[in-house]
Design a binder for this molecule. Sequence first.
Ligand SMILES: C[S@@+](CC[C@H](N)C(=O)[O-])C[C@H]1O[C@@H](n2cnc3c(N)ncnc32)[C@H](O)[C@@H]1O
Length: 344
Amino acid sequence: MAKAQKVQQGQEIVPRLLQKLSQRLFDDPAEQAAFIQAMTTPQPFLPSLLWVGEKPDPAPFDTAAPVAWQPNFVDRLLTETRPGRHPLHQQGEFYCLDFSSVFAATVLLHLDRPVQVALDMCAAPGGKSIFAWKALQPTTLISNEVIGKRLGALISNLKRCHISAAPISFDPSELATVLPQVADVVLVDAPCSGQSLLAKGEKNPGCFHPVTIGKNANRQKRILANAAQTVAPQGFLAYMTCTYAIEENEQVSEWLLERFPQFQAVEIPALSAYRSRLTDLPCYRMFPQMGLGAGAFTILLQNRESSISREMTECGLATFLQANSRLSETGRSKATLSAKDGIS
Ligand SMILES: C[S@@+](CC[C@H](N)C(=O)[O-])C[C@H]1O[C@@H](n2cnc3c(N)ncnc32)[C@H](O)[C@@H]1O
């Protein structure tokens, strides 16, 4: 395989594709350099905790002062204190997640109506599902993970944190058929090229390559096109990734809105300082040089179709979930679906 091209920048040898990305993301050369620096010499980010129950008093960990948009049920720890080893972790009192994930999921705090049904389309290992449960308190939380071998971690995290979600395992295309316009909010924390892993010091070869980015963008479009069909009229679709590529993120969002013109992007004033300058749409980015997390992209869309009675009744949904969550908990294969399953 040909070696990735590199260019000299100061003392650093920078992969050419990273250099090009930095120039597309930022006009200011100082910002470009700060981004490249953050990617090539990763610094640790403070770990964060999502408190599922009440925050204990006194606090068991030293925490950093909250940033303006930080949900009150999230703490950033001042030091790497191995929170996963604390007894409260085993008791399911908190879930550890990256602050970038908190940033991406924060759009969920800006829905203008109560949520009955929340559907997490790409749920494993469960961080955003647990966030959605805590932030929205939905009557029904459906946590879907299509990759069977990732379902175990999802179920175990939901159980440990005492989240009464229904874990299921379907391809998004199947859910588009069997759960039409069912959910008040659908989360798509999409599989992506994962470029932000580098800012955490992890390896992700090929993550800047156009082929990798193109494949991920297409997969995201397919997932989102199916997810859009599960959103109830006036409901919301939250799309997020942990990568920086514009062909994923902004261009996928623009594609989605052209394909589904009934959706509109929702402005999140609390995140205005993070607004992407790479599109006219209101969408938001965190970059590693900001010092809070490795990076994320997030956008909230609303289905502006006027309210009509839902195609699936509550009873139909309950029957569908009962049949399928029973199967996923025993680890056996899912129920065979047909369009009529669970729909009254
Ligand atoms: C970024 S991760 C989700 C992380 C999770 N939301 C959390 O906060 O813990 C993306 C997930 O999408 C799943 N995935 C991969 N291919 C998919 C596809 N074609 N359709 C739906 N989900 C897919 C992956 O298995 C992975 O669990």
